[in-house]
Design a protein around this ligand. Structure first.
Ligand code: SF4
Length: 433
């Protein structure tokens, strides 16, 4: 997951986002919706273990006036990729396979069983909008120096102990949006003229999101910040509308998605950054409440479908900093995705439930990069680290000269011409124009 809007380094347009929790307001219109879910979450969170908090939320679907208003806004839609099992439903969108009785909410907080139908609560109700440099995702080999229109709806099926964006990823849609008052579509000419009220209460239809992106001269839309898989229906509808308007679609993800859902997404997907959080099932369980194999399957499927893919590996001290494990991960990447798949090591900074850990030592990241290069990867970067001068530079794998030099998210020079190194004409992998 790329850094949230508040962590953006370079000057950027004003972020429009909503962080305020609406417990009191929602209690006023909806009754009991939040009480059960907040209780479940809070009780489990105190155990301080990723695995323990990864349960469904019992009897936590919105009811009464809140449900009626949510539907009136157009923020609830019947979900895709699920099974009806009598009165129960099983969501097949991600490998969590949540089995929901009527009134239950899935682990990602975004999907509920109401009257034996699975609904997403995350359609057209973004909690974060931002214009970002594409390098921030990070994507270094995809439309460099272009702007991307970043969108997020709350929700995530993981429980990463180090999540940077927990204030939106670990929230229910009802905690981020307020459905009271007049329903209205957000039809602004520009993100600059949007108001907080637009974001708090307005509905941003897929076509209107594409319009905002085009007006801002973005070349792509990025589904990002939270886990976009949890708001799959909104993401795929927006991606289809974007494709029709010649905008690219970028998925920034943990890669936890079913094969069938990813196949559908890939129909309109141009690029992805997948967070490969470790190369150990045991660590995925402890750190993220997930599993490794589905992420590897996702990466292979993206390659097979021709989606430009870059991989991020956040090196978390005492969790994912084992260099032997990193060596195995790099070997797998070379073997399965090929040497041209860019790998971004990223430095951990204390966050969320791992505030007690130190940041990743620079030496660990330097050695990780050496291991990746020795394994045969051509393009290896290190994020959040100033100690290495060339950690953001793309080198030609043939003549070894720098072809793209970056500082932060800014391109200092670009010697890729027609997809080739200007000096020796070797192809540089990526989508450059
Ligand atoms: S997308 Fe959400 S509801 Fe569906 S299986 Fe995953 S966590 Fe459960």
């Amino acid at each position: 997951m790329d850094p949230s809007p508040q962590n953006l380094n370079p000057p950027s347009p004003r972020p429009v986002r909503r962080r305020r929790v609406l417990k009191a307001a929602l209690a006023g219109v909806g009754g009991a919706c939040l009480a059960g879910g907040a209780g479940v979450y809070f009780t489990r969170r105190l155990r301080h273990s990723a695995a323990d908090v990864c349960e469904v939320f019992k009897n936590d679907a919105p009811t009464g006036e809140l449900w009626r208003l949510w539907q009136a806004r157009g923020w609830a839609r019947e979900a895709k990729h699920y099974l009806r099992l009598g009165r129960n439903v099983q969501c097949k969108l991600c490998p969590n396979d949540c089995l929901l009785e009527p009134g239950d909410r899935g682990r990602c907080r975004n999907r509920v069983n109401v009257d034996s139908t699975l609904y997403t609560l995350g359609f057209a109700d973004p909690c974060s909008l931002q214009i970002d440099p594409i390098e921030k995702k990070p994507l270094y080999h995809f439309l460099p120096a272009s702007r991307t229109f970043s969108m997020a709806v709350s929700g995530c099926g993981f429980r990463c102990l180090n999540c940077q964006n927990w204030s939106i990823s670990q929230r229910k849609p009802e905690e981020m949006k307020d459905p009271r008052g007049r329903a209205f579509p957000i039809r602004r000419d520009s993100i600059e003229t949007m108001t907080q009220d637009d974001l708090d209460r307005g509905t941003l239809l897929p076509g209107d999101a594409v319009g905002l992106a085009r007006e801002a001269r973005c070349r792509s839309i990025a589904y990002t910040y939270t886990e976009p898989t949890s708001w799959f229906e909104y993401m795929t509808a927006t991606a289809a509308a974007a494709r029709k308007q010649s905008l690219a679609n970028v998925w920034v993800t943990c890669g936890y998605i079913s094969t069938a859902a990813l196949d559908e997404l890939c129909d309109n997907l141009d690029a992805a950054n997948v967070d490969l959080k470790s190369f150990s099932d045991e660590i995925y369980g402890r750190l993220n409440s997930g599993k490794l194999q589905p992420i590897l399957d996702c990466l292979v499927q993206l390659k097979r479908r021709g989606v430009w893919t870059e991989v991020t590996n956040l090196v978390v001290p005492t969790y994912s900093d084992d260099l032997e494990m990193i060596r195995r991960m790099c070997g797998w990447l070379v073997e399965n995705l090929g040497p041209d798949c860019p790998l971004h090591f990223s430095r951990f900074h204390p966050a969320h439930r791992l505030k007690h850990l130190p940041q990743t030592p620079a030496d660990t990241l330097v050695r990780a990069r050496q291991i990746a290069l020795a394994a045969g990867l051509h393009y290896v970067y290190v994020g959040n680290l100033r100690e290495i001068d060339d950690s953001h530079t793309t080198f030609c794998p043939s003549c070894k000269k720098p072809v793209v030099r970056r500082e932060g998210y800014t391109i200092l020079s670009n010697d890729v011409e027609g997809g080739k190194c200007k000096h020796c004409k070797t192809p540089i992998a990526g989508r450059w124009t």
